[in-house]
Design a protein around this ligand. Structure first.
Ligand code: ADP
Length: 159
């Protein structure tokens, strides 16, 4: 059986922290689907198409990684694509409570899908998309926090 894992997120924008989780997860499963969330209740800085395009560019050289987007229930999307594992990343303790609730809720909704957590790399523990957007908006250097394509998209959108 081929194992398919799903890494869902806002990726608004994707950061080196996300990229690190993507690369490490892709070595553990036959196939990794990175899924960009489109939640109508949430306001995003980048459109779903922009976030998807950035991720596709980032993972271009990996044969076993695909990028897709989804709306609606994550566990239903997981079922649809045949994924039995959801990957999420953990940075500081502050991520834990939210991720814990989310994982339990998803398991409650669909007991066939389980969540696995990858610890952040120590270099990326302080990187989150909203902070990257803020630093970029104020003209700070983000070149070591995001892949080059993301830096380009941010500069084009902000300036
Ligand atoms: P969401 O809105 O679904 O939380 P994010 O794009 O903010 O979407 O995050 C997607 C996942 O990636 C989450 O599990 C988050 O904890 C994880 N993540 C985000 N930034 C990092 C990072 N720097 N290191 C490790 N995991 C991260």
């Amino acid at each position: 059986m081929r194992t398919i894992a799903l890494y869902p997120g806002s990726f608004d924008p994707p950061t080196n922290g996300h990229y690190d989780i993507i690369k490490r997860s892709a070595t553990l499963f036959d196939k990794l689907i990175v899924a960009v969330a489109e939640n109508p209740a949430k306001k995003y800085f980048f459109s779903v198409d922009e976030r998807t395009s950035m991720l596709r560019e980032i993972v271009r050289e990996y044969d076993n990684i695909e990028v897709d987007h989804f709306d609606g229930l994550l566990v239903e999307y997981a079922d649809k694509i045949g994924a039995v594992t959801i990957i999420r990343g953990l940075r500081a303790l502050s991520d834990f409570e939210y991720e814990f609730e989310l994982a339990l809720m998803n398991r409650h909704l669909n007991a066939n899908v389980d969540t696995i957590f990858m610890m952040t790399d120590e270099h990326y523990s302080f990187i989150r998309s909203s902070l990257v957007r803020e630093v970029a908006r104020l003209g700070g250097d983000i070149s070591d926090k995001v892949p080059p394509v993301v830096e380009k998209y941010l500069k084009e959108k902000l300036f």
